[in-house]
Design a binder for this molecule. Sequence first.
Ligand SMILES: [Zn+2]
Length: 411
Amino acid sequence: MPLQPARTVEELRELQELTGDENGAQRVAWTETWERAREWLRGKLASVPVEEEIDAAGNQWFTLRGGSDRALLIGGHIDSVPNGGWLDGCLNVMAGVEVLRRLAEEGEPAVTVRLVNWADEEGARFGRSLCGSSAAAGSMTDQDELRERRDADGVALPVALAEYGVHLDRAVEARSQLENAAAYLELHIEQGPVLESLDLPLGVVLGTFGVERHLVTWKGQAAHAGSTPMDARRDALAGAAKLALELRHIAERAGGGAVCTSGGVVCRPGIVTSVVETAEQLLDQRHLDANTLAAMLADAKECSERFAAEESIDVSFDKIWSIEPILFHPELIELCDEAILEVTPTSHRLPSGPLHDAAEISRAGIPTVMLFVQSLRGLSHTRLEDTKDEHLELAVQALDRLTSKTLVWVS
Ligand SMILES: [Zn+2]
C-alpha cells in the first residue's frame, strides 16, 4: 500500500476528538488523557510489524527491524500544552506512523527504523521542557532540582512520574536508546509566520536559536513625584525604557533573523507618587550564530551602560539561562531540501526560534534535521493553531521522501 497522507490528517482529527475539548488539545504529559493518547497510538501501529518499548524516561518507541542494528529515528511528541493545538507534536508522530506503514509494506528496510514519541516535550505540568529527549540525550543533569518541583495542585514531580513507571534517578538509562542511532528526523509545524508570509508550505530548519536570558537591574533613587524637579531625578525606569526601545536596533544591527525581547519590567516602589528606584527588566536574545549572539549581548550591555550614564543611574546584568545555538547536520539539510523540492516547487531554509526535541538529539551528536510545515497566522499553543490539509499532506510526503533519502545516506 503506498503512502496515504490524507490518512494522517484524518487520524489527527480523530486524536483531537479523543483527547481534546472545545478549548483545544488536553494531552498534558503525565495525565490520564496523555496515557489515552499513547494507548491510541499503540493501537494505530498494532497491525504494523513493530516492537513497542517504553524506556526509563517514559519515551514510547516503535521499532521496525531492518537489515542492520543501525537505526534511523523519526521523532515527535504526543503531549500538548493545556488548551493546545491539534498539530503541535502529534503531527510529527502521526506522519512517522504513516512512513512506518509504508516502509513495513515494502519489507525489511536496509537499517532499523524507529519512531519515538518523546515524553513531556512541553513541560506543561512541571515547567521542565524536553524532559524525555534530554534524558535520552544524556543532558538531563537537573534531577535534584526536578525532585523539588510540584504541579499547580502541589503534586511532586517524582510522584507523578512514578505513576507512569518513570523513576527520576533511572531516567537517564534512556541514553541506551541512542546507542545505534545513525540519524534523527523531525517534522513540526513552524509555530511562526515566516513560511506563510512567503506563501510556501515547507521549509528546512537550519538549527535552533541560541538563547541569552538576563535579568537587567536598574537602580536609581526613589523621590517624591511632586517635589522632585525633572532634571534632578534618577529614574530607574528611564533606563529600562530606553533599553526596551533600543532592542529593535540591536536586533537590526545583528541581522540574520536576530530577535530581542524585553518580556517584563518590575518597578519598585511601584507607587504613583514616587520616581522608580529599582527596575528589574527581563531580557531574551536569540540568534542562530554563536558569535552574533555574543555580540548582541555585548551591544545590549554597552547601550545599557550609556543609558545608565545619561540617566545617572546604575545597571547590572545577571544571567538567568542560556543555551548555545544548535546547528543541524549540513548533509541532512541538503537531503531535506531535495525531499521538499520533490513534492513542491520551492524550498526555504529557516532557523527555529523555539527549541525542539531535535535540538537535544543533535546536541548528543546524532546527525539531525527538521522539516517545518507552514502554520496559519503563525499561531501555536492555542486551539486556533492550524495548517491547511493540503499542506499537512505535503509535509507527510516530504517526511517520507526525506526518510528514504536518509536510509540511503546511513546505509
Ligand atoms: Zn512541539
